[in-house]
Design a protein around this ligand. Structure first.
Ligand code: AP5
Length: 220
């Protein structure tokens, strides 16, 4: 099964990815997480990406496409993938489509999580993350002990790009550069829409049921 999670910043893509890979044995790939790791390790990719990320813009296609496609060739992706945050432009989607054709793979579905801009700002401003990448929300998904990760006890921090002015820029980039992918995948019959304003558990139940049905259909 090869799936894409699509949606605005803060829609809950990462939250759902963590849950879905527990339901289905596929590799979860987040380009945002890969880029943040590269930035914190100070690799050449991180050095190229940092200024774009800090400003709320997209890392250029000629940088990110190679990174994402290389990751898709790793051994753990043989049984399928759940892409979170890629593709984000029509150029990236074309490159992915071509690569899948070349490697004899087929996209199963594109899962669009829809949330209004106002709610996005509320969510992202309350988001806190741990060193291990686990995501919390001060109001909607609070840790057991304030400011500490439930898993490893590390202090929770706010992402640099979660500041209000950067969030507004990320939203406008989403509207301009990523939303055209909704039509792109709808035309290909791959798009499935989910109401992301519901609770994380309700969104998860809905996506899981849809993906389970797709898997059954695929097996027939
Ligand atoms: P990335 O990390 O991918 O950021 P994003 O797409 O903006 O998504 P987020 O991680 O902000 O949100 P999410 O949808 O995962 O929401 P979450 O589950 O955390 O990318 C960061 C940057 O990297 C980009 O800006 C760009 O510069 C660069 N980049 C990455 N990929 C790229 C690409 N392909 N091309 C070019 N550049 C790229 O949830 C958010 C909060 O809400 C959390 O606190 C959570 O607890 C809470 N929450 C989740 N679901 C619910 C719910 N249903 N109800 C209430 N609260 C909820």
């Amino acid at each position: 099964m090869n799936l894409i999670l699509l949606g605005p910043p803060g829609a809950g893509k990462g939250t759902q990815a963590v849950r879905l890979v527990q339901d289905f044995p596929i590799a979860s790939i987040s380009t945002g997480d890969m880029l943040r790791a590269a930035v914190s390790e100070g690799t050449p990719l991180g050095l190229k990406a940092k200024s774009f990320m800090d400003a709320g813009g997209l890392v250029p296609d000629d940088v990110i496409i190679g990174v994402a496609l290389e990751r898709l060739r790793a051994d753990d992706v043989r049984d399928g993938f759940l892409l979170d945050g890629f593709p984000r432009t029509v150029g990236q989607a074309d490159a992915l489509e071509q690569d899948m054709e070349e490697t004899g793979r087929k996209m199963t579905a594109v899962l669009l999580i829809e949330v209004e801009d106002e709610e996005i700002v509320r969510r992202v401003s309350g988001r806190r993350v741990s060193k291990s990448g686990r995501t919390y929300h001060v109001e909607f998904d609070a840790p057991k002990h304030e400011g500490r990760c439930d898993i490893d006890g590390s202090p929770l921090i706010q992402r640099e790009d979660d500041k209000p002015e950067v969030v507004r820029e990320r939203l406008s980039v989403y509207h301009e550069q990523t939303m055209p992918l909704i039509e792109y995948y709808d035309e290909r019959g791959l798009l499935r829409r989910f109401d992301g304003s519901r609770s994380p558990t309700e969104v998860h139940d809905h996506i899981r049921a849809t993906v389970a049905t797709l898997r059954l259909e695929d097996a027939l």
